[in-house]
Write a protein that binds this ligand. Structure first.
Ligand code: ARG
Length: 464
């Protein structure tokens, strides 16, 4: 064996001086990509098994590789594995240790493989597992929304447009809007997963390999739906990661919108809801305050995840085929997104379940903005008045009520009849908050009966 310089790298045969210390740190990824160790070992096991089946390596080599990888797995799990910057990344760290443990068989593992197809495989395996976990977390948050919506199928609150009181809605209906957003998020992740779940291995550095490999076998071993068709694309494609980040940005955007509403609803001006104290903090100077830190942070972290999406799009836009080291920069944004999204979803599932409402304040607010004005217009239309004329009548009635400091439902019948002779005693059935909500009684409407039906369907949908 040739003399080894202490700084000697796995690929250093061609080089005449050791890598500069700062450059070593600058180019290494092991400090962060070690989190893909399980995927790296799984990929190596499948690759080695294929090499032995194809008689590219011997049966004994496979046995040795399997034994070595099993030991490495134990060492990593026990926190005893010595990750070294000298070995650059997760792939070389594991390979180096394998060779130290089992000798030449370890050196044969990389036959017909490159780190370029290896890293692409590892990211896909890692991300597939995370997508499955995150999909479960979305379901948990959807279930919390259902639970609170069920308790509030009849709870009336003002629905807003332009943040101005518009029409009464039920709080259950409002929460189910977020259920829908999350349901699309869940479906989007399932769709992304299809494109994640393709095997790059076999592309080798970029052009394929001269060995008689069996890519379909490796794909099956690793649970992939199939292989990446083109070797150049296989090693350079990060679309799947960008798609995941786009889906993650949308999930965070939905959570951010909910956060904004919670922040408003929790403010003493609204005082619509409370969440459990464990999600709030106090102020170090103002003893009276209870701050909605969790929703505020979630709103803030949405910016961070959106940033990661832009980072990856920018990372890719100037790269010629095939692999470039730029790609190593895909990992930190991806990992941080996975962590941020997982924590946010986990906390929100718990926090949303803890929501309690102040139904009295919600109702009071709904009574403040003439939220049943549209109902009066609809009432007149049903009696034959063209909608535009009805709109005009109601506008005048609202102005009158406003002058008296009354809600429409409190204006005497005689006064209302002054605006239109079509108005009779039955008008009060539609002018109350309950009447208004109950009359929006069709699929997708806010009537409590519809909310209950939607809740039943929602429960079924998240079982699938
Ligand atoms: N650590 C590298 C990455 O994350 C692995 C691939 C390196 N390949 C190479 N030829 N330098 O992309």
């Amino acid at each position: 064996m040739a003399e080894q310089h202490p700084n000697t790298k796995t690929w250093s045969g061609l080089f005449s001086e050791p890598v500069d210390e700062l450059v070593k740190r600058y180019t290494a990824s092991v400090t962060f990509d070690q989190r893909m160790w399980a995927a790296d070992i799984a990929g190596s096991r499948a690759h080695a098994t294929m090499l032995a089946r194809q008689k590219i390596i011997g049966a004994q080599d496979l046995t040795d590789i399997e034994r070595g990888l099993a030991q490495i797995e134990e060492e990593i799990k026990a926190g005893k594995f010595n990750w070294s910057l000298d070995d650059e990344d997760v792939h070389l760290n594991i390979e180096k240790r394998l060779t130290a443990l089992v000798g030449d068989a370890g050196k044969r593992l990389h036959t017909g493989r490159s780190r370029n197809d290896q890293v692409a495989t590892d990211i896909r395996l890692y991300l597939r597992g995370e997508i499955d976990r995150i999909a479960q977390l979305i379901r948990a948050l959807q279930l919390s929304l259902i639970t609170v919506a069920e308790k509030n199928a009849d709870t009336l609150m003002p629905g807003f447009t332009h943040l101005q009181v518009a029409q009464p809605v039920t709080f259950g209906h409002h929460l189910l809007a977020y259920f829908e957003m999350l349901d699309r998020d869940h479906a989007r992740l399932a769709d992304v997963r299809k494109r994640v779940n393709r095997l790059p291995l076999g592309a080798a550095a970029l052009a394929g390999t001269t060995y008689p490999i069996d890519r379909e076998f490796v794909a099956k071993e690793l649970g992939f739906d199939g292989v990446c068709e083109n070797s150049l694309d296989a090693v350079s494609d990060r679309d799947f990661a960008i798609e995941f980040l786009a889906a993650a940005s949308l999930i965070m955007t939905h959570i951010s919108r909910l956060s904004e509403e919670l922040i408003l609803w929790m403010s003493p001006r609204f005082a619509f809801v409370r969440v459990a104290d464990r999600f709030c903090t106090g102020s170090s100077i103002m003893p009276q305050k209870k701050n909605p830190d969790v929703p505020e942070l979630a709103r803030g972290k949405t910016g961070r995840v959106n940033g990661h999406l832009v980072a990856l799009l920018t990372l890719m836009k100037g790269q010629p085929l095939a692999y470039n080291k730029d790609n190593q920069e895909d990992k930190e944004p991806l990992f941080d997104t996975v962590d941020t999204l997982s924590d946010t979803l986990t906390i929100f599932a718990d926090m949303v379940a803890s929501i309690t409402v102040n139904a009295e304040n919600m109702k009071k607010a709904a009574l403040e903005g003439f939220s049943t004005a549209t109902d009066l217009a609809d009432y007149l239309v049903k009696k034959g008045l063209p909608f535009r004329d009805a709109h005009e009548v109601v506008a005048r009635a609202v102005r009158h009520a406003s002058g008296l400091g009354l809600d429409l439902a409190q204006v005497p019948l005689a006064d209302l009849q002054g605006f239109s002779p079509l108005i009779t005693e039955t008008v009060y059935d539609v002018l109350t908050l309950d009447g208004s909500a109950a009359s929006r009684n069709h699929i997708g409407g806010t009537a409590p009966a519809q909310v209950r039906a939607a809740l039943n369907r929602a429960r079924e949908r998240i079982k699938a």
